[in-house]
Design a protein around this ligand. Structure first.
Ligand code: FES
Length: 217
C-alpha cells in the first residue's frame, strides 16, 4: 500500500520536479563558478598578504644606523638595549631594524645576529676596536653549512664559553673575532660593527666577512 502510494505519487512529482532539477543544476554550476572565482580572488589576496609580510628592505643586509630588535623570546620585536646584555653572556639573538621605515630585516635568515657583552679586557685588539662597552655582534649563521648558531657553552677545547653550532659542533670564540676554535667550519663568523646611543644599540657598518655557510648541509 505504501509502495503503491509511493509509485503513484512519484511519477507526477518527478515530472514536476524536472524543471526544478535543471534549475538546481544551473544553480550548482553558478555556485561552483562563483566558488572558483572566490578561490582565485582569495589566492590573489593571500599572495598580497604574503607580499605584505615581506615589505621592501626586509631582506636587505644590515645597514648603518639600523637598530637591533630581539628575534626570539618574550621580548621578540623589542629594541635591544645595552642593559639587556649581561656581561659574560649569554648572547641575544637579534634582527636589524630600519629606524626610518620600522621594517625589521627578518625576511632573510642571513640577517640574524648574535649580540653579546663581554669584559673588554678579554677581547683581542681588533675585536675591542669594533666593540662598544664590550658589546659585539656577529652573524648567527654558521660558516660551515649555514645552520643557525644557537648555543653558548663551554668549549670542547678550553675553559671558556663559546658560540657553538650544534649541527656539526663548530665553535667560535667571540673574544677573538669569532675565529673557529673547534669543528669543521672553514672560517670565522662575519662580524657586525655596532654603535651605542642613548643606551640603544645600532649598526655602525656592513658585515665584515662573508655571511652564510660554505657548503650545503
Ligand atoms: S653547519 Fe654549523 S657546524 Fe656544520
Amino acid at each position: 500500500m505504501s509502495s503503491a502510494s509511493f509509485t503513484s505519487n512519484s511519477s507526477p512529482s518527478e515530472k514536476i520536479a524536472e524543471p526544478e532539477n535543471d534549475a538546481g543544476a544551473e544553480q550548482t554550476r553558478r555556485t561552483l563558478l562563483l566558488g572558483a572565482l572566490v578561490t582565485t580572488a582569495c589566492l590573489g589576496c593571500s599572495t598580497q598578504a604574503r607580499a605584505g609580510e615581506d615589505p621592501p628592505g626586509s631582506d636587505e643586509r644590515p645597514q648603518k644606523g639600523d637598530l637591533l630588535v630581539f628575534s626570539e623570546g618574550d621580548q621578540e620585536g623589542k629594541l635591544v638595549a645595552a642593559a639587556d646584555l649581561p656581561v659574560g653572556g649569554p648572547p641575544v639573538h637579534a634582527w636589524p631594524k630600519d629606524p626610518k621605515t620600522s621594517v625589521v630585516r627578518s625576511a632573510s635568515r642571513l640577517n640574524e645576529i648574535l649580540v653579546i657583552r663581554l669584559d673588554p679586557a678579554e677581547l683581542d685588539e681588533k675585536t675591542r676596536a669594533r666593540a662598544v662597552d664590550g658589546i659585539i655582534a656577529y652573524s648567527a649563521i654558521c660558516a660551515h653549512a649555514g645552520c643557525p648558531v644557537t648555543a653558548w657553552v663551554k668549549s670542547d677545547v678550553g675553559e671558556k664559553e663559546v658560540f657553538k653550532c650544534v649541527c656539526h659542533n663548530s665553535e667560535y670564540d667571540p673574544r677573538a673575532g669569532a675565529q673557529v676554535v673547534f669543528g669543521p667550519a672553514p672560517r670565522r663568523l662575519a662580524a657586525l660593527p655596532l654603535e651605542l646611543a642613548d643606551g640603544s644599540l645600532s649598526v655602525a657598518g656592513n658585515f665584515i666577512g662573508k655571511v652564510g655557510g660554505a657548503q650545503p648541509g
